[in-house]
Every structure is written in structure tokens, then in C-alpha cells.
Design a protein around this ligand. Structure first.
Ligand code: IPD
Length: 268
């Protein structure tokens, strides 16, 4: 039996250490190491170094577990647990010196594919703001800040002023027309739209009630693995296209009522 709290505690220690490293490297100056799917899709030296640190710490603590990371790929494990890691989510913010970036670490069990896995523990940690959004399956979602006690998270419901929504546009220009169409379709019931640049934090903010809802096409497993658990543990729902699991086709996160409304507008 996997102890979700134990996995979360390990993930939190490692995310905090990784966050300190990311922040230090940012202060020293960021170097773009390569571009990936498009010129706008970048990886910095720090992304790679931070992922190496996380992978090494996990391998030392739990050598039998699998790993799926944004920068270094997948390795199947011998245990039932796989770690799904985005070392720096919000890399473009990071490269531009905007503090809205996060270390995202999730522990999942079962087949290591977002279609099939069960997320059991997750943390989204912002090193600059020093906020840790955490969840262990069945134990709720929590925000831990420096000096304050843990606060239980709960998704919000929109007021008569409309839903505060977030989205993202991904890196592939070929998909942007569709992205803009979806924005057009949800705007009638939105009070406003945010595009903050880190999917894991968009999900964490839905869990925290800082956003009413979030939708985005094109997410990778490491973008949503930890954040999706935060949302469900905070009483919300996370779905894909048009139902089922979140994934490349679509991710929608909100309270059940708003998620249904978003899905209706998005797939109309
Ligand atoms: C990206 C961010 C962004 C989202 C992209 C992701 P990265 O992750 O989460 O908000 O729109 O789809 O790929 O590249 O910063 O790790």
C-alpha cells in the first residue's frame, strides 16, 4: 500500500530544494539552452539542472519508482509509483524574470500514462513567492506559506459578475485560431480572463479559489499531473476532451457547475 502522505512529504522536501536552486540560478542569470517544439518553446540550463536534482533525490530516496520528466523523459520503475515532474513550469516567465513559475511534482500509481494513472500526491511550489500548494489523495488540498499555518483549499463558484477564468495558448501558432475561438465562446459568462503562463499554477489557483475556472489545449502530463490532483482534492473537477481525463486535446478545471458550462461553450 502506498502512503500518499509519505510521498507528499518527500515531494515537498525535494520541491523546496529544487525551488531554491531555480531561484538562485535565476538570480545568477538565465541561459536559453535550446528551443523545443517552436522558437517560443524554450528550455534553460536551469530547467535541466533542476530536473537532474529532482531526479537524483527521488532515485536516492525511492530507487524502484518510475520517472516522467519534462526535460529528461520517461523511465519505467519496478514499484507501482511514477514521479511526474516539471522542474520549472512557466519557463518563459522564468526567462523573462517574472516570478510566476513553479516546481511541479506528482506521484502517480498504475500505468504511467495520464489516461490511466491515479495521482496520489502532488505539490506545486513557487520559489519566489514561497507558496506550496499540496495534496495527498483523500486528504484535501492545502496551501503552506512561510510562517503561516496550512490553509485548506476549496474551489470557488462564480458570482453574478461572471467567472474569473484562465487559459493558455501553447507554443504552436497553428492552434491559436482555435484557442481564440474558445476564448470568444466563454467570454459572455466571464468577468475576465487571465493568461499567467504556468499551467500548474493555473490549476493550483483554481484549487485555491483564486480563479473560478481554467481551460487549455495542448498540455503535457507534467503540466497537469500535480495541479489536477489539487483541484479534485479542493472539491473541483478536471476533465479532458470532451469528457474523461485531462490531456493534450483539452483540460478544463473548475467547480462541477462551471466545468459543465465551460465544456458546453468549448465543444459547442
Ligand atoms: C508551459 C506553461 C504554459 C502553457 C504551456 C506549457 P513550460 O509549460 O505551463 O502556461 O501554456 O502549454 O507547456 O514550458 O513553461 O514548462
Amino acid at each position: 500500500m502506498t502512503d500518499a502522505e509519505e510521498l507528499l512529504s518527500l515531494a515537498e522536501d525535494i520541491a523546496r530544494e529544487a525551488g531554491v536552486l531555480a531561484r538562485r540560478r535565476r538570480e545568477e542569470g538565465v541561459r536559453i539552452a535550446a528551443t523545443k517544439s517552436a522558437l517560443a518553446d524554450i528550455v534553460t540550463d536551469a530547467d535541466r539542472e533542476v530536473e537532474e536534482l529532482i531526479r537524483a533525490r527521488l532515485a536516492a530516496a525511492r530507487p524502484d519508482d518510475g520517472f516522467l520528466g519534462e526535460e529528461s523523459g520517461a523511465e519505467r520503475g519496478m514499484s507501482e509509483v511514477t514521479w511526474v515532474v516539471d522542474p520549472i513550469d512557466g519557463t518563459v516567465n522564468y526567462a523573462y524574470g517574472t516570478p510566476h513559475y513553479a516546481v511541479s511534482i506528482a506521484a502517480v500509481t498504475g500505468e504511467p500514462s495520464p489516461e490511466a494513472w491515479t495521482a496520489v500526491a502532488g505539490i506545486v511550489y513557487t520559489p519566489v513567492i514561497d507558496e506550496a500548494f499540496t495534496a495527498a489523495r483523500g486528504e484535501g488540498a492545502w496551501l503552506r506559506t512561510q510562517g503561516g499555518g496550512p490553509q485548506r483549499l476549496a474551489v470557488s463558484s462564480p458570482t453574478d459578475a461572471g467567472a474569473l477564468l484562465a487559459t493558455g495558448f501553447g507554443y504552436d501558432p497553428a492552434t491559436h485560431e482555435g484557442d481564440l475561438d474558445r476564448v470568444r465562446r466563454v467570454l459572455p459568462f466571464a468577468r475576465d480572463i487571465r493568461r499567467a503562463g504556468a499551467a500548474s499554477l493555473d490549476l493550483a489557483y483554481v484549487a485555491a479559489g483564486r480563479l473560478d475556472g481554467y481551460f487549455e489545449r495542448g498540455l503535457h502530463p507534467w503540466d497537469h499531473a500535480a495541479g489536477a490532483l489539487l483541484v479534485t482534492e479542493a472539491g473541483g473537477v478536471v476533465s479532458g476532451q470532451p469528457e474523461g481525463r485531462p490531456g493534450r486535446q483539452m483540460t478544463i478545471a473548475a467547480s462541477a457547475d462551471l466545468a459543465a458550462r465551460l465544456a458546453e461553450a468549448i465543444y459547442r
